[in-house]
Design a protein around this ligand. Structure first.
Ligand code: NDP
Length: 283
């Protein structure tokens, strides 16, 4: 498994397993399967409401804790220094571990500065090995990086062949912040799994469209955390380290960029306000 080095020297696997939309009922089996087939990094969040099941699977899997990389995220309803600090302790308890490898601010809303100070304190206390953010657009990322003691080590954003985040990744690089892709398969939107460009590239390498999409992100220096509840797809999604894309392949994929989210328009006021209402009601 390939690793990437974060700005504080912590090594993070390039590939992990994401558990968004994995129900608490299924989560234990899925994480056990993922670790069993070789994943060593698991991405959860307070908002996914399955930290406890991830913790149970990690406890029972037989792989030493220090060989695993656990990421979670602080939800908006826990924003602010005190609430965020308490929520970090609650996450540790649910995950049944003394430390997280990476803790992120899930969304750039609410008292992010207070939340960031709680993360800095958790880092100092050894409760987390690395800290970062998620869904921070370049202006917010620059702000939090430039006016705090510790700069975000990771920014987890929507990134896939249809939303390549070229400019945002350039800003992250300038700040020494590693890009991490959520929805690296775009959850199959826009017909990703049967896309003719990806399928044709895959056919030349003996790979599927999904594997080409994931390999492309890795070659762009982006950490990936594909989710699947199917064991055979978990294996498919991790079998991407035995081939390399050509310059022509990279150019063809670059041309697929639609340069926009496949989920939200964050500049549409109604969308953002609706999202806030939902966000505040969750956990
Ligand atoms: P992905 O892009 O990983 O796509 C997951 C979907 O693709 C599922 O429906 C899965 O179905 C299907 N799938 C996976 N592999 C294959 C395959 N090889 N062939 C065909 N279908 C496949 O989407 P996610 O939204 O889950 O993103 C990944 C992770 O990123 C999340 O689990 C979460 O950890 C994180 N995330 C973070 C967010 C944030 O705000 N920070 C937001 C969203 C996600 P099936 O399960 O049936 O196999």
């Amino acid at each position: 498994m390939q690793n990437v080095k974060l700005s504080n020297g912590v090594e993070m696997p390039t590939l992990g397993y994401g558990v968004f939309q994995v129900t608490p009922e299924e989560c234990y089996r899925c994480v056990r399967d993922a670790i069993d087939v070789g994943y060593r990094s698991i991405d959860t969040a307070q908002a996914y409401q399955n930290e406890a099941q991830v913790g149970d699977a990690v406890r029972d899997c037989g792989v030493p804790r220090e060989d695993l990389f656990l990421t979670s995220k602080i939800w908006i309803s826990h924003a602010g220094q005190e609430a965020a600090a308490a929520s970090i302790d609650a996450s540790l308890k649910k995950l049944k571990t003394d430390y997280l490898d990476l803790m992120l601010i899930h969304q750039p809303f609410g008292d992010c500065y207070g939340t960031w100070r709680a993360l800095e304190a958790a880092l100092d206390a050894g409760k987390v090995r690395a800290i970062g953010v998620s869904n921070f657009y370049p202006d917010r990322l620059i702000d939090i990086a430039e006016f705090n003691r510790v700069k975000p080590m990771v920014n987890q954003v929507e990134a896939h062949v249809f939303n390549q985040q070229v400019e945002a990744r350039a800003v992250m690089q300038r700040l020494g912040c590693v890009p991490m892709a959520w929805a690296p398969l775009a959850e199959g939107r826009n017909g990703l799994f049967t896309d003719p460009t990806l399928a044709a590239i895959g056919a030349r390498h003996g790979k599927t469209a999904a594997q080409v999409a994931l390999r492309w992100l890795v070659e762009c220096g982006v950490v990936i955390i594909p989710k699947s509840t199917h064991r055979e797809r978990m294996i498919e999604n991790m079998s991407i380290f035995d081939f390399a894309l050509t310059a022509d392949d990279m150019a063809a994929i670059a041309a697929m960029d639609l340069k926009q989210s496949q989920w939200f328009d964050h500049r549409a006021v109604d969308t953002v306000l609706q999202f806030m209402q939902w966000a505040k009601s969750l956990c």
